[in-house]
Write a protein that binds this ligand. Structure first.
Ligand code: FAD
Ligand SMILES: C=Cc1c2[nH]c(c1C)Cc1[nH]c(c(CCC(=O)O)c1C)Cc1[nH]c(c(C)c1CCC(=O)O)Cc1[nH]c(c(C)c1C=C)C2
Length: 476
């Protein structure tokens, strides 16, 4: 059992790792090192003086599955229950999602009726794609791109339009490069175990545990599709930081790790700009590429694998309009890469979370997301792109797709460099080889965070919990 654990990176993964360390019965001394001036990582919310909340990173967390239940349990323990903003199952933001294809918005089909007849932009009823999946033979390949997998099982049109857009709306990535095994493990496993993706998803693999709480029971009863917090997602990071301080965890901002060195006693020396911290164990909660840069020279084999986990940049443009009305109501719309590769999609924030509108005003808030895997080809170097160019592109899209001609009353442009890791073909082999290296070398190092086993906030929290349980010898 380590006496001192240094957690590097104060995003949601690092904060969650500290949380699980700090509440364990024999909590070690925990030190959190964060490079920037604040904790939260991509959980970034701007609260304006007139009460509006603009999200620059995640805006909704799913309550489903063991990982969703675990996050809600943590939220309850942090005393945030009263701040939860749920989106119930019958809400338009839960029921309606759109695609912008061939110059028009199309509601994604739902219910049996929507599957039995052709619904634009699809030329054939999706029923036929489902039938194809039921009869197509299963593959024995260890991995496949998401596009190849879906082409084989559901046909080219579903892959080119629906799944292309889905990968842009979750990974900001290209389904022709992303791995089905790592990005959509449930689909991959369903084919493996039931020979058909649909059969596998319907029959499922049993309910995974995950901590039940009154909040998770409420989420199930009301069929929440997602939830947020009154103060925005960043308030989850703030509540975790407050909890950790109370439990005696040392939180250091402006503390970038420059170099990791093994110390003769078997632990680590962590070199910072202005000193050194020693620890028996390190939990890395920084992106894979950032960890590769601080590893000692003798861990070059590990660094090489880590450098093969890339991440893409996304421009996030928040817009607020007064007295404007959307032509449709729902969560938002995605844009297939064949329509416009530079524009990923638009979230209709004020539909899902009207509580985040400025006080007393029925303003409309939208977020336009640009770039992703197409950032450089569309806008050049993310470090050099002019915010005014991104704002203009976002406004043009809102005008063309949603018919909003007026200028926004408020706008914020953020360029997030390397913000969403890309699990490309063969990612599973890289993570296995990384795990093997750590075991064989007996390194007192755990890797958590979005670079490895899921990019959602729930996945990040779950990866931190699992790593802490392994470290403290508790059941996972
Ligand atoms: C635009 C956008 C929208 C998203 N939408 C959703 C959504 O709706 N729902 C959802 O579930 N997920 C969403 N996600 C995904 C999710 O937010 C992220 O995957 C998650 O927040 C990543 O958390 P992390 O702690 O692993 O990494 P990060 O947030 O990247 O945290 C890593 C931290 O490490 C620090 N760091 C880096 N190098 C060093 C160093 N050398 N020393 C010390 N500190 C260092 C960084 O400053 C940072 O604070 C979205 C992500 C983005 C970018
Ligand atoms: C347009 C770009 C993006 C939008 N959101 C994200 C990007 C890159 C990032 C993102 N969105 C979700 C997650 C978490 C995934 C999870 O497993 O929980 C991340 C990292 C949630 C999500 N958003 C969409 C889907 C289908 C999902 C998966 C979970 C769910 O079904 O709710 C679709 C979607 N994302 C965006 C829009 C405009 C959109 C659809 C209309 C924005």
């Amino acid at each position: 059992m380590p006496r001192t654990v240094a957690v590097v990176g104060g995003g949601i993964s690092g904060l969650a790792a500290c949380y699980h360390l700090a509440r364990s019965p024999q909590a070690p001394k925990v030190v959190l090192l964060e490079a920037s001036a604040r904790v939260g990582g991509w959980l970034q919310s701007t609260r304006t003086e007139d009460g509006a909340v603009f999200e620059h990173g995640p805006r909704g967390i799913r309550p489903v599955g063991a990982v969703g239940r675990d996050t809600l349990h943590m939220v309850s323990e942090l005393g945030l229950e009263g701040d939860i903003l749920p989106v119930p199952g019958d809400h338009p933001a839960s029921r309606n999602r759109f695609l912008y294809a061939r110059g028009a918005l199309h509601k994604l089909p739902s219910g049996l009726g929507g599957l039995l007849r052709p619904v634009p932009p699809f030329s054939r009823a999706l029923f036929w794609s489902g039938l194809r999946d039921l009869v197509a033979p299963a593959s024995t390949q260890p991995d496949e791109t998401v596009h190849a997998f879906v082409c084989r099982r559901f046909g080219e049109e579903v892959a080119d339009i629906a799944v292309d857009s889905l990968c842009r709306g979750v990974f900001a990535g290209d389904c022709r490069a992303l791995s089905v095994r790592s990005c959509f493990p449930a689909l991959f496993e369903a084919e493996r175990h039931r020979r058909s993706v649909l059969l596998g998803l319907v029959l499922g693999r049993g309910k995974k545990p995950g901590a039940e709480s009154p909040l998770s029971r409420r989420a199930r009863a009301e069929r929440w599709s997602q939830w947020s917090l009154r103060g925005g997602m960043e308030s989850l990071a703030a509540a975790l930081a407050a909890f950790l301080r109370q439990r005696g965890v040392e939180l250091h901002c402006h503390a970038p790790l420059r170099r990791l060195r093994r110390d003769p006693g078997g632990g680590w020396q962590l070199a910072l700009a202005d000193g050194t911290v020693t620890a028996d164990h390190v939990v890395s909660a920084i992106p894979a590429g950032a960890l590769a840069e601080v590893l000692p020279a003798e861990a070059e084999l590990l660094a090489r694998e880590l450098r093969h986990i890339p991440a893409v940049a996304v421009a996030v443009v928040n817009l607020q309009y007064e007295g404007a009305k959307l032509p449709v109501t729902g969560f938002g719309h995605l844009v297939p890469s064949s329509e416009d590769s530079s524009l990923l999609g638009i979230v209709y924030d004020s539909v899902a979370f009207p509580e985040h509108n400025r006080s007393g005003a029925a303003s409309l808030r939208l977020t336009v997301m640009l770039g992703g895997a197409w950032f450089t080809q569309s806008f050049g170097d993310p470090a050099a792109v002019a915010p005014s160019l991104l704002l203009r592109r976002a406004q043009d899209a809102v005008r063309a797709h949603l018919g909003l001609e007026a200028a926004p009353s408020h706008s914020i442009v953020k360029v997030h460099k390397a913000c969403i890791p890309q699990y490309t073909l063969g990612h599973w082999r890289r993570t296995e080889s990384i795990g093997r290296y750590l075991t064989e070398q007996g390194l007192p190092l755990s890797l958590v965070g979005a670079s490895y086993a899921g990019v959602s906030v729930n996945d990040c929290i779950a990866s931190a919990k699992a790593a802490v349980n392994r470290l403290l010898g508790q059941p996972c």
